[in-house]
Write a protein that binds this ligand. Structure first.
Ligand code: NAD
Length: 430
């Protein structure tokens, strides 16, 4: 199958690569000429485990190409995926200008039947708008179908998620488009769920909001654990062993961040409001998330008192482990809040530092995790990178002025840390 992907970011690049890996011919299109040049030169602009090797292999096999010309992509492909940003606006609604622009651009160069597949996360009924837009700009002269195919990959395990999806959602009323989509996804051996367009779009927002809800739920439970002397890890294990609940997304911590959950939750809240329903449950999910971060910061403040001029070390800046993505990261928020109070922040992240530098240039960036501990009054674990577990924590402690350790991801063993001599604080575990 000949496929174009418009938007070569986390979703576009990884899905394009995985489509090529199963044998399709893929052209990834991006209007960021620098990004395209980087990719054409064999460099990979994002970090995802396993991605680099897969890109190199498929480029060498001639199945994966990069271009800044949407015309080339649309001309050479039967199916055109849209994977451009859908960022939030100040009122929580989704900025759909990128989608609208790409729809117009596709229409302008489309001369024969194409399947336009929206992979970006969009509000319900966006597909109808895309259909109207393409029909308008082709003046009804070219046949096409619009499909919603939301993406469920997780950054940090995007390649594995795309190669082995739990399910593939295909939203369309067209039999012709359904057959084409089934052919694209057949090699992935995953259940394909065909729905109408609106339902497919809603599945994505409803699913992400539910996952955020699970995180906020366990975080609220962690507060009760702290107040009652219970242990949230044990509570989560006990709950998660019930197949109806499941253990995933029941890890207490300083809250969810990233480029998807916060924006998708506010989008779904706003979509519901616009349709006439006040989805208060979702508002509470966001509120618990905000409170969780502030409670953690308060704990740091209660321990160190005034933060002004205090050196604080932060381990992790990415919004979660195994990614370089720092967009809407709670770790970055914490750093910013502590800096606002005058703290001098030293930090290290295995992959996220380059991207963090452009957003928060005033951090003292360290070359290794061990350097972060030098001369600090407290250490904060803000991202759940596995390598932080294996640090020589005795040596870390010896470099610090005072042994305060705030584990915002419940990554470390409380007893071990206390045995080393840390004044150790984590979430919901006394
Ligand atoms: P991204 O910012 O990493 O990438 C988007 C790319 O689109 C950028 O490279 C940008 O240059 C390009 N672009 C913008 N306008 C363009 C245009 N007119 N023509 C060509 N290229 C254009 O974004 P992302 O994280 O890949 O997210 C894309 C969509 O997928 C969003 O709707 C997001 O919500 C959704 N999504 C993201 C994830 C995730 O984990 N990142 C997971 C599932 C769904």
């Amino acid at each position: 199958m000949k496929i174009a992907i418009v938007g070569t970011g986390y979703v576009g690049l990884v899905s394009g690569t995985c489509f090529a890996e199963v044998g399709h011919e893929v052209i990834c299109v991006d209007n960021d000429k620098k990004k395209v040049a980087t990719l054409q030169a064999g460099q990979i602009p994002i970090y995802e485990p396993g991605l680099e090797d897969l890109i190199k292999k498929n480029v060498a096999a001639g199945r994966l190409k990069f271009t800044d010309s949407i015309k080339e992509g649309v001309e050479k492909s039967l199916v055109v995926f849209i994977a451009v940003p859908t960022p939030p606006q100040p009122d929580g609604s989704v900025d759909l200008t990128y989608i609208e622009k790409v729809a117009r651009e596709i229409a302008a160069v489309m001369t024969e039947y194409r399947v336009i597949v929206d992979k970006s996360t969009v509000p319900v009924k966006t597909g109808d708008r895309v259909t109207q837009t393409i029909a308008r700009y082709t003046q009804g002269k070219v046949e096409f179908d619009v499909v919603s195919n939301p993406e469920f990959l997780r950054e940090g395990s995007a390649v594995a998620d795309l190669m082995n999806p739990d399910r593939v959602v295909v939203g369309t009323d067209s039999e012709r488009a359904t057959a084409i989509m089934k052919e694209i996804y057949e090699p992935f051996k995953a259940p394909i769920m065909v729905t109408d367009l609106n339902s497919a779009e809603l599945i994505k927002h409803a699913a992400n909001s539910f996952l955020a809800l699970k995180i906020s739920y366990i975080n609220a439970v962690s507060i009760i654990c702290e107040m009652s002397g219970a242990n949230v890890d044990m509570v989560a294990e006990g709950m998660g062993a019930d197949k109806r609940i499941g253990r995933a997304f029941l890890n207490a911590g300083i809250g969810y961040g990233g480029s998807c959950f916060p924006k998708d939750l506010s989008a779904f809240t706003k979509i519901s409001e616009d349709l006439g329903y006040d989805f208060r449950l979702l508002k509470e999910v966001s509120e618990i998330n905000r409170i969780q971060k502030n409670r953690f910061l308060k704990q740091i403040r209660d321990t160190l008192w005034v933060l002004k001029d205090k050196k604080i070390g932060v381990l992790g800046l990415a919004f979660k482990g195994n990614t370089d993505d720092v967009r809407s990261s709670v770790a970055m928020d914490l750093v910013e809040l502590m800096q606002r109070e005058g703290a001098i922040v030293r930090a290290y992240d295995p992959q996220g530092m380059e991207k963090a530098k452009s957003l928060l240039p005033n951090i003292v960036y360290c070359n290794k995790a061990e350097e972060v501990a030098e001369g600090v009054e407290a250490l904060v674990v803000a991202t759940e990178w596995n390598e932080f577990k294996d640090l020589d924590w005795k040596s870390m402690k010896s470099k610090m002025i005072s042994p305060h350790l705030f584990d915002g991801r419940n990554l470390l063993d409380p007893q071990k840390m206390r045995d080393i001599g840390f004044d150790y604080y984590s979430i919901g575990r006394s």
